[in-house]
Design a binder for this molecule. Structure first.
Ligand SMILES: NC(=O)c1ccc[n+]([C@@H]2O[C@H](COP(=O)([O-])OP(=O)(O)OC[C@H]3O[C@@H](n4cnc5c(N)ncnc54)[C@H](O)[C@@H]3O)[C@@H](O)[C@H]2O)c1
Length: 385
């Protein structure tokens, strides 16, 4: 049975510790901040009180699972671990320092993983003397509830390690997908147009936030509209991800952030958590009723959907991941009602091409360029599945 070492006892590290402990692994959870460790332990106790009350676990099982986690304030405990997962602050220099430190303690066969959302695994691995044992294992928040895990081998990662990790991740009840070490991996890359195109439609004055959200929930079946979702995630997080993906893609205009969101971020209007974002959450303020103009709603839904499909198709074109993994990532990582490539087949590959070409011909912006894979598929009368 593998022993897991986790560095960082915040939201992600604690959740990942729970995932492994629930499946019988012994876990060492390390944090430089003792308070974070105390909080992590207390939160887990509360979680299991609820799970026992709901009869998901017996008292004994809950006790055993909690005892599987050892909260440590010294890295020496990591001499015994088979896999280390780092989930500390999103800062390359700090992560590199921690990887260097940990490499001096762990065994030669210990695998070193990072849960980073936005840094390249290659850059983290480059700090290590044995970079071939470094890999990305990207859980989603909250880790115990979200099934998806992105596995990211770097250029340095030894052959076969991604498959080994995939088997381990499956054994703890998660759905792993393998993706190349490119900005945003799968989910944070492919999901960008859901936000970006919605904001663009707003900025052009085509519709208001309520109507755009309504189009995506009513016609698209998304659980939340783009503006509700951005307000929920928080513009501090969502804007920063957008900006970092844009920079990391060498400023590809497809990923260009918007001034509307940047200003919310600068104003501290982070969304729900600060009482104001695209919407005002102050008591007594009601949202406006969305437009019921079916033609308008369809125009919005179609435009955002084909932009999302184009992003997923382009990721397939560039061999970022398999078509199955691309679809799994979006349904299990961000709860899309359907995988985008499956959705493309249903929408019609030729319709995707025509809609995007129309946008491109109208705007003459690179943002609307059609992925060559779609054009080829239309020529050859193909579908994704
Ligand atoms: N929060 C999310 O939605 C989410 C989702 C996926 C991935 N991630 C990634 O996971 C990582 C952690 O995110 P989080 O939201 O759990 O952060 P967090 O702020 O909740 O927790 C970070 C923890 O790391 C500890 N820490 C900081 N520096 C340390 C060091 N040098 N050594 C040991 N411990 C240290 C802090 O004390 C803190 O407890 C980041 O890389 C983030 O990008 C976050």
């Amino acid at each position: 049975m593998k022993k897991i070492g986790i560095i960082g006892g915040g939201a992600m590290g604690s959740g990942i510790a729970q995932v492994f402990a629930q499946k019988g692994h012994s876990v060492a959870l390390y944090d430089t901040n003792q308070e974070a460790l105390n909080r992590s332990k207390q939160n887990l106790a509360k979680t299991f009180e609820k799970l026992v009350a709901k009869e998901k676990y017996t008292e004994d099982q809950a006790k055993e699972i909690q005892e599987n986690i050892e909260y440590v304030s010294d890295l020496v405990a990591f001499a015994e671990v088979d896999l280390m997962i780092e989930a500390i602050v999103e800062n390359l220099e700090i992560k590199q320092t921690v990887f260097k430190q940990v490499e001096e303690i762990v065994s030669d066969t210990c695998i070193l993983a990072s849960n980073t959302s936005s840094l390249s695994i290659a850059s983290i691995a480059s700090a290590c003397t044995k970079p071939e044992r470094v890999i990305g294992i990207h859980f989603f928040n909250p880790a115990p509830l979200m099934a998806l895990v992105e596995i990211i081998p770097a250029v340095q990662t030894q052959e076969g390690l991604a498959e080994e990790i995939k088997t381990l991740i499956q054994s703890v009840g998660k759905l792993p997908v393998i993706t190349k070490d490119t900005p945003g991996f799968i989910v944070n890359r492919v999901a960008r147009p859901f936000y970006g195109e919605a904001i663009r439609i707003l900025e052009e004055g085509i519709a208001d936030t309520e109507t755009i959200d309504f189009a995506m929930t009513s016609l698209g079946g998304f659980r939340m509209g783009p503006f509700e979702l951005m307000d929920f995630i928080g513009h501090d997080v969502n804007y920063r991800v957008t900006e970092s993906v844009f920079e990391a893609f060498f400023y590809d205009p497809r990923f260009k952030p918007s001034f509307s969101q940047k200003r919310l971020f600068e104003a501290g209007y982070y969304g729900r958590k600060s009482g104001r974002g695209f919407y005002n959450y102050a008591e007594g303020i009601e949202k406006k009723a969305p437009s019921q103009d079916q033609a308008l709603l369809e125009k919005i839904y179609n435009r955002i959907l084909v932009m999302l499909i184009n992003e997923a198709a382009d990721a397939l074109f560039l061999n970022i991941a398999s078509k199955e993994d691309l679809d799994t990532a979006m349904t299990k990582g961000v709860n899309y009602p359907k995988g985008l490539l499956k959705w493309a087949d249903e929408y019609g590959i030729e319709n995707v091409k025509n809609d995007l070409d129309e946008l491109y011909n109208h705007y003459h912006e690179d943002r609307y360029r059609l992925s060559p894979i779609i054009r080829n598929m239309v020529k050859n009368n193909q579908t994704f599945y």
